[in-house]
Write a protein that binds this ligand. Structure first.
Ligand code: MNH
Length: 471
């Protein structure tokens, strides 16, 4: 039986299905996620798309998501677009199959690097990097508005390379993004296309051609990884993620990560660890610029905690006190989950929703864009309202109705890291700067591996000490 056959069960699909290409015409190449979501409206809680030989089954309700998040019955699955990333990320944490021993080993070795106490050691790096971005902005005020996604990506990339690999990428010394970003986006895009062409007759030849065409980028990534590791060989320190990967043995088995797996993990952290947070920050700034009342509340919280000096930076313990700003972040990730979905497969044959038989080689994709706006759970779902995340309101909602960091054992290892960084940056940014968006700007979202606002600019104005004190 073919993978994802669901016992021959058919699900609703958008109109216009064609022979051979299936629902390909409903998928816009430049914004596949958004066009697929758009096409699924009105199809009900579960729907499917066929793209060439691939069949994708999506769920879009909190109720079905809750069932799929039950770890006793379901586990992570890798849909083709994620599977294709294995060319670059192999059995690294994000792309490993559940049964691969390197997942367990890397998970156990690296979880200590993501505990609350570990966050304490990244905090000064996050503070320093955010200050550098703000100084960089102040030096360039005369250049006009800033491109928010571009600069948030610089910031999160720099924070990640400094905290995980103790490496300064020099992002604030030039206006352009680090060449790694372009190389990565191209490599991943190639991976995604390869995932599609491989399902065609003669697909592996096409995949090889794609590889050749983009060899320059993958060579660049390779040499960057080599260099990153080479600068650390011979040292046995374990103060960052790279140090742990190179030098720590499992306390019980004594096993260490193999060099090839370390390369996969570095690439995984570079990719998983920056664009996701950058998008979350950019969407949050978009909504703050659009909602003056929310901005006023967020700013008064920042001013109260940080005091009169607009350049003040928080202590580690203070970051958890920005409760309203945290709700702004949560609400932004509800409306625009920067990782738009995740896939789940049954551990053993089972029946989903008492109705749909699933075998372990069937999988469902949780469409977060739909689940986070499920009208059964979210009132007026398109409205931006951070107070949905007041503890009393969270308790009233069914579990698993909000899943921006995925589910279970394979959920996001970097969640605390992302939240600490994003809250810190939002609080200090609105404390130090006043900003204005272009009132004529309509949110456009680009899709790389994650979702990012496109063409979103802010005009910044540093706040004076007297102004902060008066507020
Ligand atoms: Mn992250 C897995 C979302 C920030 C490293 N991340 C996941 C998954 C989601 C996710 C969803 C689960 C995917 C799946 O089930 O297939 N991650 C996010 C979001 C942000 C984020 C929305 C920011 C906002 N992630 C980060 C950061 C890091 C990171 C920061 C690293 C520093 N994420 C990972 C890794 C995994 C992951 C590694 C894979 C974990 C595993 O499978 O063991």
């Amino acid at each position: 039986m073919a993978r994802n056959d669901w016992h021959g069960r058919q699900f609703p699909h958008p109109g216009r299905r064609r022979p051979v290409i299936g629902d390909l015409l409903t998928v816009d190449r430049s914004s596949p996620i958004q066009s697929m979501l758009e096409a699924s409206r009105g199809l009900g809680p579960i729907w499917e798309l066929r793209v060439l030989r691939e069949r994708l089954v999506f769920v879009g309700t909190a109720e079905l998501t809750a069932e799929l998040c039950d770890e006793t019955r379901f586990c992570k699955a890798l849909p083709p677009a994620v599977d294709a990333l294995r060319d670059y990320a192999g059995d690294g944490l994000f792309t490993a199959y559940n049964h691969e021993p390197n997942w367990q080993l890397a998970h156990e070795l690296l979880v200590p690097a993501f505990t609350k106490s570990a966050m304490r050691s990244y905090h000064p790096v996050m503070v320093e990097t955010a200050s550098e971005l703000f100084d960089y902005w102040e030096r360039r005020l005369a250049d006009g508005p800033v491109d928010v996604s571009r600069d948030m990506t610089k910031l999160t990339m720099e924070t990640l390379t400094r905290s995980a690999f103790s490496r300064d990428f020099g992002s604030f010394r030039t206006a352009e993004a680090h060449p790694f970003v372009a190389a990565m986006v191209t490599a991943l895009e190639t991976g995604r296309r390869k995932g599609t062409v491989r399902t065609l007759p003669g697909g592996s030849a096409l995949a090889w051609l794609l590889d050749r065409r983009y060899a320059r980028h993958t060579d660049y990534l390779d040499s960057m990884l080599d260099e990153l590791i080479a600068t650390r060989s011979g040292s046995d320190e374990q103060h960052d993620l790279l140090g742990i990967m190179l030098n720590v043995a499992h306390p019980e088995t004594g096993e260490k990560l193999e060099p090839v797996n370390i390369r996969y993990q570095i690439l995984t952290f570079l990719v998983a660890g920056h664009e996701t947070t950058s998008g979350a920050l950019s969407f949050a700034l978009h909504y703050l610029a659009r909602n003056p009342d929310c901005l006023a509340r967020a700013r008064s919280e920042a001013d109260e905690i940080l005091g009169d000096d607009p350049t003040a930076m928080p202590e580690f313990e203070q970051v958890a006190k920005f409760r309203y700003i945290r709700r702004v972040l949560d609400e932004s990730l509800r409306i625009w989950p920067t990782v738009p979905g995740f896939a789940r497969a049954p551990r053993e044959s089972t029946v989903l929703a008492d109705e749909y038989r699933m075998d372990p080689d069937d999988y469902a994709i949780v469409s977060l864009g739909a689940v986070h706006k499920d009208p059964a759970v979210w009132d007026d779902p398109d409205r931006f309202d951070p107070d949905r995340f007041l503890p009393g309101n969270v308790k009233k909602r069914p579990p698993h109705s909000y899943k921006p960091f995925g589910a279970g054992l394979r959920s996001c290892i970097g969640r605390q890291f992302a939240i600490h960084e994003a809250v810190l940056v939002l609080a200090t940014l609105i404390h130090r700067f006043d900003f204005e968006g272009d009132p004529g700007y309509d949110l456009r979202v680009t899709e790389r591996l994650t979702m990012l606002p496109e063409g979103f600019e802010l005009t910044l104005r540093p706040r004076a000490r007297s102004e902060v004190a008066a507020s």
